[in-house]
Write a protein that binds this ligand. Sequence first.
Ligand SMILES: [Zn+2]
Length: 125
Amino acid sequence: MSDSPYIEFRDHGRAWFEDVIRNHYEEALARANSLLDEATVDENGCYVTETISPQKLRFLGRQERAYRFIFCLFNHYAANSTEVVRHRCNNRRCINPDHMQLGDHRENHWDDVDFRANGVDFRLI
Ligand SMILES: [Zn+2]
């Protein structure tokens, strides 16, 4: 069988993160650390950016949310487009990688429901 029955699917988000992590890690890490330095740490340990909505950055020709960039970088993880980086602290302006967790859109939705019902217990983060 010379023809492969499989079509290779290249997820652009994942390909970009793979490139960043493999080939531009030092530069990306410096960028992430400067974002963390600029953020304000609140009483919950959240690293909150000055922006109104989640902060974005441009790196290697792609615009990405800063929290997603930092999470993937610190965990050496190339997230694909369907994966969501969730905020366990429910503060979308927070870029503390320890407050984030990988999930999908469905889980992200339930996070919101749970937060409205129960709030956040920061002792558990
Ligand atoms: Zn946080």
